[in-house]
Ligand binder design. Structure first.
Ligand code: FAD
Length: 475
């Protein structure tokens, strides 16, 4: 690969082209287990600069990896074959907020929480709410089709993106979607870009549907003596037609980890469910909360508390939002990995899946937590083990493989939230075997020279352990 640093510096200015070894190392990993150094890091500030970089990369067949905050968990931003890592965090302007049209326009580097702070005075919010909202960029949320705590009511990123501007692999700038709430004609290419993990184009502007902030929110918490009972309660709540704005499950591993890390004093029980209802009218919210409470009790939920108090809600949300980051503190000597982490299953399979996750962990001598946005069918797990131990890696890989076999056997999907990239590709490719060639045709049509985040998703290697380096030194 021929890299002309002078050319890049002419386009971007010297200060926005980084090639010293420390930068290349830092930009060679994300929140996954993988690492592979970048060849150069660029920090564009304008659409025109991105177009020029893409024209150059396309002519010289150099991989380009778009990157927001690199909080992805499966190797999405790891430059597996080197190349140009394009850091888009500098394009962080909120271009327009139009409450009367119920949308806003932003550059890709805007951080989720910053957007929500800006929308608040207008009485609106941007709904995907990943637990990483403090760092996740809108470009990264679009790339990964992120969703989160409130997706059970408001959907994932894809449900709220109206349109976008995209720089294609050859440098062309195209406008997709519309400013309207409905637009039926033609192929909805913007929907394919969402979740494409930086493999089809670079999102340089996004038009986002925003939602009026509810006047009231009430949060409930119910304890359970087993994850199965908690899982059955989730199934009953969703199939009853209730409309929670949040429905989360956390097992004792998660509870212990956040209590240890954040000293939150969550109840030390086998599992808890957090449930929330929001809206304008207190009586309507009370009705919803009571219906959910009854279904928890029907499934042996106990110690149920409900509160409109903002301080109390913040305490509980903090526990849930910081759960992932807290898990590595669960026990000395273990690290929390994302080898299998965000499966989704049909609503009726939550309890069975939660039970199976713990069984698989036991069988393979690793620790696996169960938690997640269960209201939308997403069950998170993290596989936790001593990552310096080769034997433990074998155990963890076997656990991931058994888990995905189970998920597919109950009609679930490999990733409900974080995406595929490298770590989950072998399992996802199995699941999608009959449509992989269609995806490859789309990739070839939009990026014929295969320069955009190559060897990810459908093109990822089946054995990523040998195709990339691990971030850990394994003995
Ligand atoms: C502690 C923690 C908690 C998390 N919780 C959640 C959660 O609740 N829900 C959830 O969905 N995810 C979660 N994640 C995963 C991750 O944070 C989200 O997917 C997030 O949206 C990624 O944003 P980012 O800016 O870090 O994107 P990056 O990781 O930088 O990029 C994500 C993908 O998008 C592509 N991309 C980035 N910018 C662009 C662009 N402008 N154009 C085209 N492609 C682009 C990248 O190439 C990559 O494939 C969590 C991660 C961590 C570490």
């Amino acid at each position: 690969m021929k890299m002309d640093l002078e050319k890049l510096k002419n386009i971007l200015g010297e200060e926005n082209v980084k090639s010293d070894p420390a930068d290349l190392y830092i930009y060679g990993s994300d929140a996954s287990v993988h690492e592979s150094p970048a060849s150069v890091v660029v920090r564009p500030k304008t659409i025109e600069e991105i177009q020029q970089i893409m024209r150059y990369a396309n002519d010289e067949l150099i991989p380009v990896i778009p990157r927001g905050s690199a909080s992805s968990t499966s190797g999405h931003t790891v430059p597996i074959d080197g190349g140009i890592v394009m850091d888009l965090k500098g394009m962080n302007r909120i271009l327009e907020i139009r409450p009367e049209d119920i949308f806003c326009k932003v550059e890709p580097g805007v951080i989720d929480d910053d957007l929500n702070r800006a929308l608040k005075p207008y009485g609106f919010f941007w709904p995907p709410a990943p637990a990483s909202s403090r760092i996740a960029t809108i470009g990264g949320e679009i790339g990964a089709n992120a969703s989160g705590l409130r997706s059970v009511k408001y959907g994932a990123t894809r449900d709220s993106v109206l349109g976008m501007k995209v720089v294609m692999a050859n440098g062309d700038l195209i406008t997709l979607g519309s400013n309207t709430r409905v637009a039926t004609a033609g192929y909805q290419i913007e929907r394919i870009i969402v979740g494409s993990e930086g493999t089809l184009g670079i999102v340089v502007e996004a038009t986002l549907k925003i939602i009026p902030l509810p006047k009231l929110r009430c949060l409930g918490i119910s304890n359970f003596n087993s994850v199965e009972e908690a899982g059955k309660a989730v199934t009953d709540i969703i199939s009853s037609g209730a409309s929670p704005s949040m429905l989360e499950l956390m097992d004792n591993i998660g509870i212990t980890a956040v209590n240890k890390t954040l000293n939150l004093g969550l109840p030390d029980v086998a599992a808890i469910i957090l449930f929330e209802a929001d809206g304008k009218v207190k009586e309507a919210i009370d009705y919803e909360m009571k219906a959910i409470k009854n279904l928890c009790e029907k499934n042996s939920g106990f110690g149920i508390k409900m509160s409109y108090d903002a301080k109390e809600r913040t305490r509980i949300y903090t526990g849930r939002k910081k759960l992932f980051a807290s898990l590595s503190r669960y026990k000395e000597g273990i690290i929390c990995t994302d080898l299998a982490d965000d499966m989704a299953v049909p609503n009726s399979k939550i309890a069975e899946t939660a039970h199976e996750i713990h069984k698989i962990a036991e069988r393979n001598n690793v620790i696996m937590s169960v938690y997640g946005h269960c209201g939308s069918g997403v069950l998170h797990t993290k596989i936790m083990f001593d990552v310096t131990n080769k034997k433990k890696w074998d155990n963890a890989s076997k656990a991931a493989s058994e888990l995905y076999d189970f998920i597919h056997s109950v009609g679930g999907t490999t990733s409900g939230e974080h995406g595929i990239a490298l770590s989950k590709a072998p399992f996802w490719k199995k699941e999608k075997a009959d449509s992989l060639n269609v995806m490859r045709s789309i990739k070839k049509a939009l990026d014929p020279n295969n320069i955009l985040n190559p060897r990810k998703l459908q093109d990822a290697p089946d054995n990523w352990v040998t195709a990339t380096k691990l971030r850990y030194r394994v003995r």
